[in-house]
Design a protein around this ligand. Structure first.
Ligand code: SF4
Ligand code: SF4
Length: 480
């Protein structure tokens, strides 16, 4: 464990660490573009330079091993001068079109320019014009004028997603990032991570393109329910103070984009493209109307009818949601554990065309909380998907089950957050809140527990499943 000194301050480095990584971990503020902690060193942007005390030249900190007793300066006159020159070079052909760039507000070049340079361009030549809108894949477009050739995106496809889908063509100020012609970038299930790691606004997500300025949005920490990996994510949505009133009010309660929430135990700094598309899951048409035999009723009337059915049942069964949170599963167990024959169902199965499983993050189980549910209850699939003879009531919680499979002699209670024509077939249907409207935890397949928080308030006509289970059992017990 070597000790280094940065601007005279002692920092304990890890063995094999670079000066840049050790200094950043020690709380120093050093600029960098091409360095990324999860990627190999490229050493191309040259802005992370430091000066070793006693030397009359600067060196890049990302490729300098932290060795015992090394003393470096990050703010000497030589370092400041070099850093400023490198930023001027980086900006030489950059269009500085921050006003229309999706990265504005999150751009390292913007930040460093104001922090370390802040001068207008000294060049008298016209900037080199390049492609402004190059389709790299069906999901990502590239603005070549904004690209600073840091090669992070190229190294990502080589070292992380391992598709080798991106490369740099040509030389000098005509260098261009381009995708391999075999379409491998389109097939890269992790391709959208390059949008996050691009330090400038060169790589842009088509789904988020010009959709919102980032300062109108806020992130809510959450967990991707797309598979049993349970990657931690940030769900970005409009801030309350920037609510839209006329343009499209539905966008006040929609997910604008999804980004990884770095988690060394689960997903590191990455997520797959399915996680990026969570808006397609959460923004589906919702179920907001309680029903008794397909007839709309007040939620309280549906709850009362469900209580009566439960009280009258002799052999009740339940199919439990593998998207239910740990808290909801505990509430379900406390309410019905002793009385119901309960099984965990797969709410979601792999969809046509999706990557089922790979050796990186994506898991074949497309449900976020099967691990916690299966720790309490047996699997419906492994049971052979049949109800015991004499079952007279079936409670179905969540998606992934067709009520036509219930014996015709049994009554049905259904709880779901999304709209489906099947709900009208239930004897009692109660709409429940979805993940973006409640707080809770999922346990992933490794046993790691991650929390999610609400982004929006649920409609008043929608029940909270945890509270609903408790309410139903209170009357069941008193009736018994
Ligand atoms: S597109 Fe972005 S990540 Fe890729 S080389 Fe250019 S600046 Fe770097
Ligand atoms: S790997 Fe699974 S949990 Fe992670 S982002 Fe993709 S679908 Fe979501």
């Amino acid at each position: 464990m070597p000790q280094i000194f940065v601007d005279g301050r002692a920092i304990q480095a890890e063995s094999g660490q670079s000066v840049l990584a050790a200094a950043l971990a020690g709380g120093c503020d050093l600029p960098y573009f091409c360095y990324h902690p999860a990627l190999s060193v490229a050493g191309s942007c040259r802005v992370c330079v430091v000066q070793v005390e006693g030397r009359s030249w600067v060196e890049i900190a990302c490729n300098m091993p932290a060795t015992e007793g090394l003393r470096v300066l990050t703010d000497s006159e030589l370092v400041r001068e070099h850093r400023k020159s490198m930023l001027e070079l980086t900006l030489l052909n950059h269009p500085v079109d921050c006003g229309i760039c999706d990265k504005a507000g999150e751009c390292s070049l913007q930040d460093y320019h104001y922090k370390y340079n802040g001068q207008p361009s000294v060049s008298l030549d016209a900037k080199v014009r390049l492609t402004k809108y190059h389709p790299l894949s069906e999901r990502i477009v590239l603005d070549n004028e904004r690209c600073i050739l840091c090669s992070r995106c190229v190294r990502f496809t080589r070292e992380i997603s391992k598709t080798n889908a991106l490369g740099i063509q040509e030389r000098g100020d005509h260098s261009l990032v381009r995708a391999a012609e075999d379409g491998s970038f389109d097939k890269d299930a992790y391709s959208d991570n390059v949008v996050d790691i691009c330090p400038v606004g060169a790589l842009l997500s088509r789904s988020f393109l010009h959709r919102a300025r980032v300062w109108y949005l806020e992130p809510t920490p959450s967990v991707c329910p797309g598979c049993s990996r349970g990657c931690t994510v940030n769900l970005w949505h409009r801030k309350r103070e920037w609510k839209l009133h006329a343009l499209d009010p539905a966008r006040n309660t929609s997910i604008e984009r999804v980004t990884p929430l770095e988690n060394p135990q689960v997903n590191g700094p990455w997520i797959c493209n399915k996680g990026r598309d969570l808006a397609k899951v959460f923004d589906r048409p919702r179920a907001t109307q309680a029903m008794i035999k397909g007839t709309p009723v007040e939620l309280a009337a549906a709850v009362e009818a469900a209580r009566e059915l439960i009280g009258a049942a002799r052999r009740p069964a339940a199919l439990v949601s593998s998207w239910g949170s740990n808290e909801e599963l505990a509430a379900f167990h406390a309410a019905f554990g002793a009385r119901f024959a309960s099984y965990v169902k797969d709410d979601w199965l792999p969809q046509p065309g999706e990557v089922v499983e790979d050796g990186f993050l994506i898991r074949a189980d497309k449900n976020p909380n099967n691990a916690a549910a299966r720790a309490r209850l047996p699997s419906w699939r492994e049971r052979g998907e049949h109800f015991a003879a004499g079952t007279d009531l079936v409670l179905v919680w969540g998606e992934g089950f067709d009520l036509a499979q219930v014996p015709t002699t049994a009554k049905t209670i259904r709880l779901d957050g999304y709209a489906s024509a099947d709900h009208a077939r239930a004897d009692v249907f109660m709409p429940i809140s979805i993940q973006t409207e409640r707080r809770g935890h999922y346990t992933n397949f490794q046993g790691v527990v991650s929390a999610f928080s609400p982004c929006f308030a649920a409609a008043p006509s929608v029940a909270d499943a945890e509270a609903l289970f408790a309410a139903l059992v209170a009357v069941t017990e008193s009736a018994a």
